[in-house]
Design a protein. Structure first.
Length: 423
């Protein structure tokens, strides 16, 4: 067996997004780290201390003395550990899209050497690392798995925009392709994770654990979303019901809402896809996804109903969407349901403005062909989509076109006295 040094020559972090950058900064405090990304603009920005994800400050990046950024594959060829943190999205049919993962794997395979270790953090279905990635590594390198090179899996648990539950304060799951490698992977992460690590028996177990974390949350949210659909028909305020139920000690305090982002709205499809390939049709997982996927349409229909009730026709009405990121106090717009609402309101021939002080306007324009507004006017309908703290400071009276203006709070975030309806 190839001997693996406890002190790596250098660690290459492949993918410098919401997950990869904080990881690179943390490891650079103890090791030499090379941050690699195929996006040259991203690399240039990071060299200048600019992080558009807002996960790391300029000071944190510039003080990471053992960290360099590159878009050149040759710069990571000498690394002995490669940690893969690329996106794992779904396609238009809600099927796993492994293209970014397998392309990153092929690049690593082309520079792989005997004794190297590849650790995956990207969310995948159980079996993906060994069944999909390892064959690519072997083909590209000509090396033999668990003889010439090794793999580990330590799923990311980054919560974008969360300044309390950060990388080092969240317990880290670890695993390796052999017992010895599992120990090495665990020791490596234990050297930077203050919350500690939890080593599991196999890569598949770690992959499975990650896949159910967000599936469980998705299902819980889908339950309260379904309650919102039911209680709306009864003219009952769902949040008031939930507050009452929460007085029981073991009631789980989930709230209804729009489920987007890179994890909760995506990960359940990975698990469901794997289950289907094995001949089992997952009913609970997919039913929860179906409920959550229809919530943007419910918000649109509810808003039009509220306008009609107030004698305001939807056609030609001026509407303001507050927030387009997928969650509060964060610029991440991946899989945000705000864009579905924008499209649906536009289809209803409403004049729609979207305002978000966190989201990157260029990214929104490029990916969704929507120009975020910077100056607000008066509106017939205001929909709070995202609970950015900034929105508490707005003067909602000045934004109302008339006393009939609808203020629809999908997050139960604003003062209830100014709100027409809540989700």
């Amino acid at each position: 067996m190839i001997q693996y040094s406890t002190i790596p020559t250098s660690i290459a972090i492949v993918g410098l997004g919401y997950v990869g950058l904080p990881l690179a900064v943390a490891f650079a405090k103890k090791y030499t780290v090379i941050g690699f990304d195929i996006n040259e603009t991203r690399v240039k920005d990071l060299r200048n201390g600019k992080d558009i994800t807002l996960e790391c400050s300029a000071v944190e990046i510039q003080n990471a003395g053992n960290l360099i950024f590159t878009a050149s594959l040759k710069d990571i060829a000498s690394s002995t550990i490669f940690i893969v943190t690329v996106p794992t999205p779904v396609d238009g049919e809600k099927r796993p899209n492994l293209k970014p993962l397998l392309e990153a794997t092929a690049m690593i395979g082309s520079v792989l050497k005997k004794g190297d270790l590849i650790i995956y953090e990207s969310t995948v279905y159980p079996g993906c690392t060994e069944e999909d990635c390892v064959p690519v590594l072997e083909k590209q390198s000509g090396l033999v798995f668990n003889q010439d090179f090794y793999c580990g899996y330590s799923p990311e648990r980054i919560n974008p925009g969360d300044k309390v539950h950060t990388l080092t304060t969240i317990k880290k799951l670890t695993s390796g392709s052999t017992p010895e490698i599992a120990d090495k992977v665990d020791a490596l992460y234990a050297s930077i994770i203050t919350a500690g690590t939890f080593k599991v028996s196999s890569i598949k177990v770690a992959e499975a654990a990650k896949s159910i974390e967000n599936a469980q949350r998705d299902i819980n949210i889908s339950f309260v979303n379904e309650l919102a659909l039911i209680f709306n028909r009864m003219n009952i305020d769902t949040h008031e019901v939930l507050e009452a139920a929460a007085t029981k000690w073991n009631f789980l305090p989930f709230k209804p809402g729009l489920v987007g982002g890179h994890c909760i709205g995506v990960d359940p499809y990975y698990l469901a896809s794997k289950a289907t390939s094995l001949g089992y049709h997952p009913q609970v997982i997919l039913s929860g996804r179906n409920v959550n996927d229809q919530m943007s349409s419910f918000v649109t229909e509810k808003l039009i109903q509220l306008l009609n009730t107030n004698g305001l026709p939807a056609k030609g009405a001026k509407a303001l969407l507050l927030g387009v990121s997928f969650k509060e106090n964060c610029p991440d717009i991946r899989n945000s349901k705000a864009f579905e609402i924008y499209s649906q309101l536009s289809d209803a021939e409403m004049e729609v403005d979207a305002f978000d002080p966190y989201a990157n306007a260029l990214e929104v324009k490029e990916k969704h062909q929507i120009q975020l507004v910077t100056a607000l006017r008066k509106y017939d309908a205001i929909v709070l989509v995202v609970a950015h703290e900034f929105f508490k400071s707005l003067d909602y009276t000045s934004l109302k076109a008339s006393h009939k203006t609808i203020i629809y709070d999908t997050k139960a975030f604003l003062d209830r006295s100014i709100v027409t309806a809540r989700l």
